[in-house]
Design a protein around this ligand. Structure first.
Ligand code: ATP
Ligand code: MG
Length: 423
């Protein structure tokens, strides 16, 4: 019996890893141009951290967390998202005292959901969090930055930015009362989940995909009417800055997001190219969370980008660079008892032509079979060293992708010959 991976937790292997590296490098490259720096924090945290931050009655905490007692009896959870751990780390490390932070993280997250396209139990996010910025500029900066990223990845045409304001906690408390008051009259007509949420987390009902529930919601009180002036002014300014920067957006006043800690600005980028799992990136302001986790009151805003969905999208749009699958520039064919010479050549190539990717044939194999491997490797050319070449002090050069005569190059001239080809 073979042992298989855990359901919903996937391996990522070559050549797929090249696509991941390309996405990660491009993202980090863009984030760096906005002066964001990496932070790393553990994958395991005390379950209490997630209960307190994400909220006890959210889907994540109620039914999706991987929690267990460790050998000391501490209740721990695999992180279902990054924000809670990031804030915990910043508070613990004193990174929020009289200073601002622009941070990003990347890594695996774990949620016990039903696996399907674009939804796994282990999935990967790159997250961005900024601390210490009260004004709407940071909200706008994050959105402008991601807009630039979508352009860099050539998926801007498929992404729609939806934004909303959740106001302050006190606004939402008043709204919740009004919403429940309205929905109570329709309790029996609501879907099961929404009936349950009526007492636990009524604002999540706005998220319901159920058609009948949506019809009832059409005439429900709107959150926008409960939002105080400060939040209103803040939101208008975010919208104004986006328009001035030429970033398109859609105000969606049903957008509430699945976690409890948001206030004021929230947003999602959605695409119609991935079916039901159409949200690629989401986030918002979470000023109150710092205090909830034991820090001094502060300001915070962030977002998380789902890497699997991003990868599905760039594949669906066929915008990955052609060069991605190729990982070899030069294949060294070594026939016969010439290993010492072969190592000298390939090591010299790596030293003299920085970044050159050399695959040296190791082990036995005849000329023909090695040349086949060279071709399959995607290399631009094969260097050939056999006993004959060694005795003549030459190296054979065979171009694999262009019509060019095979030649013999003097061993001493080999680097001079190779350099102009690859630089
Ligand atoms: P959804 O509504 O699709 O469940 P979410 O609101 O739970 O998403 P967030 O907690 O906002 O998602 O996480 C940010 C991003 O992480 C999502 O927009 C999505 O791209 C990705 N993501 C979330 N859960 C999963 C999952 N189980 N598998 C793959 N990607 C996920
Ligand atoms: Mg979810």
């Amino acid at each position: 019996m073979k042992i298989k991976s855990v359901r919903g937790m996937n391996d990522i292997s070559p050549p797929e890893t090249a696509s991941w590296q390309y996405l990660e490098e491009t993202i980090v490259d863009v984030l760096s141009t906005y002066a964001f720096q990496e932070i790393r924090f553990p994958i395991l945290e005390h379950s209490e951290l997630f209960r307190r931050s994400i909220g006890n009655v959210t889907d994540i905490v109620e039914k999706e967390m991987y929690s267990f007692d460790d050998r000391n009896g501490d209740n721990l959870s695999l992180r279902p998202e990054g924000t809670a751990g990031c804030v915990r780390a910043c508070v613990q490390q004193g990174l929020l005292h009289n200073q601002t932070q622009r941070l990003w993280y990347k890594g695996p997250m774990f949620r016990h959901e039903r696996p399907q396209k674009g939804r796994q139990r282990e999935f990967h996010q790159i997250g961005v969090e900024a601390f210490g910025f009260e004004g709407p500029e940071l909200d706008a900066e994050l959105l402008i930055m991601m807009d630039r990223l979508w352009s860099r990845l050539r998926i801007d045409g498929a992404m729609t930015l939806e934004i909303n304001s959740l106001g302050q906690a006190s606004d939402r408390a008043r709204y919740r009362v009004a919403l429940v008051d309205y929905l109570e009259d329709y309790r029996e007509q609501l879907d099961d989940d929404s009936q349950r949420r009526l007492t636990t987390n009524p604002m999540r009902i706005l998220d319901s995909k159920n058609i009948d529930t949506q019809k009832i919601l059409a005439d429900a009180p709107r959150l926008a009417e409960f939002i105080d002036d400060t939040s209103r002014v803040h939101f208008d300014r975010v919208c104004g800055l986006l328009s001035a920067a030429g970033v398109e957006y859609k105000i969606n006043d049903s957008l509430v997001r699945g976690l409890d800690y948001y206030s004021k600005t929230v947003f999602e980028w959605v695409t119609n190219k991935l079916g039901a799992q159409g949200t690629v990136c989401g986030g918002g302001r979470f000023d109150d969370l710092i205090e909830q986790i034991g820090g001094k009151p502060g300001f915070a805003i962030g977002l998380a980008l789902g890497m699997e969905r991003l990868l599905l999208l760039v594949k669906a749009m066929d915008v990955l660079p052609d060069s991605l699958g190729k990982n070899v520039d030069v294949y060294l064919v070594a026939v016969g008892n010439v290993s010492e010479e072969a190592f000298l050549i390939s090591e010299q190539l790596r030293s003299e032509i920085p970044g050159l990717r050399v695959e040296q044939h190791c082990g036995s194999g005849g000329f023909r079979s090695q040349l086949k491997k060279a071709d399959r490797s995607g290399a631009r050319l094969a260097l050939i060293i056999g006993e004959d070449e060694r005795s003549k002090d030459v190296v054979g050069v065979k171009f694999l992708r262009e019509h060019r005569e095979q030649e013999q190059v003097d061993r001493k001239r080999l680097m001079d010959f190779m350099q102009p080809i690859f630089i």
